[in-house]
Design a protein around this ligand. Sequence first.
Ligand code: ADP
Length: 190
Amino acid sequence: MLNIVLFGPPGAGKGTQSEKLIQKYGIEHISTGDLFRKHLGEGTELGKLAKKYMDEGNLVPDKVVIGMVDDRINSSKDPKGFIFDGFPRTVAQAKALDELLNAKGIGISGMISLEVPEDELRKRIKERGKTSGRTDDQDDKKVDNRIKVYKEETMPVAKYYEEQGKLSKIHGVGSIDEIFASICKVVDQY
Ligand code: ADP
């Protein structure tokens, strides 16, 4: 199975590259941000709970996220693999994901980290905010907090995979196709 963690700060292009990866490799996309937004739209209890964290640009508690991902994995019939996008976002989530996959006799093939400078991220998020309808993209203070949370809580996740020899860094500035080609070079070696 091909199980990829696509990593990077908000606005790095994880969603865009995930779409191309699922097409090329026939694997399934698990974006925790998208799953939360779906719950929000459907007005589920989980959605209501997640909303107050998302609105501030804070992380939803690990237990909630992990439960949701577990359900999503279990709902797949005979998958070829998964792209995890926006997850794991804390070291606790990364450990929980390893346990969850190990119990099924599978594991993470590797982490791909999209490296993008902060001023470029802010530009992209602002642009996305014009059309995405995402309130967390439209408010500078919320964007600031998401980047801060990323640095403090999420960046250590890269080290977690690096220690397992599973981290590959990709330059995330350039055309979508150029970046995709760099990602594929790594994935084809898994
Ligand atoms: P972005 O990567 O652009 O910040 P996402 O769509 O991945 O956006 O996530 C939006 C929000 O959803 C986050 O700011 C956070 O509140 C919540 N969220 C998404 N994934 C996780 C996660 N793995 N752990 C905790 N909170 C999450």
